[in-house]
Design a protein around this ligand. Sequence first.
Ligand code: S3P
Length: 173
Amino acid sequence: MKFFLIGYMGSGKSTVGKLLSEELNYKFYDLDQEIEKEYDLTISEIFSRKGEVFFRKAERKMLDKLINLEEDAVVSLGGGTPCYGDNMELIKSSDTVRSIYLKLNIQTLLERLQREKTERPMISHLQTRELLEEFIRKHLFERGFYYNQSELILDCNGKDPSVIVHNLMENLR
Ligand code: S3P
């Protein structure tokens, strides 16, 4: 079985994924980190040197690879992974993948992304808090269509990663 963590940038997919994998004693994969290893470039460098279309193709290839893993694993996807091509259909159609949406409200995402935006090519150009908020609002609205197709949707507002993992362990039994 593989648990795929889905959610907007800053929703804690990597932190929660790592903790959940330790709790389950499963291997942990972070899709973005796997791409960075493969190309020996950071995600920001891939966007700036090769462009977003190249990144989305690499993301799809890595998604295929992770869906076909034959070991138990927890996998953190990128924020955009379920929203391109037929990626979400592919995730849903696999018998060995369970998808989990880590859902956070705009205010919480805004606070986190305001602090962490430099590493994220989708939002690093947004100069003011107002522009970032407007971007997240629109983007999350569009992406919600995909995220909400996850098998489990967990409200993560105001919860520490350890509480989220505890909630997941209860829900995934
Ligand atoms: C992206 C999210 C990022 C990364 C890339 C694109 C997106 O992952 O895959 O910068 O389109 O939302 P995180 O959600 O881990 O920041």
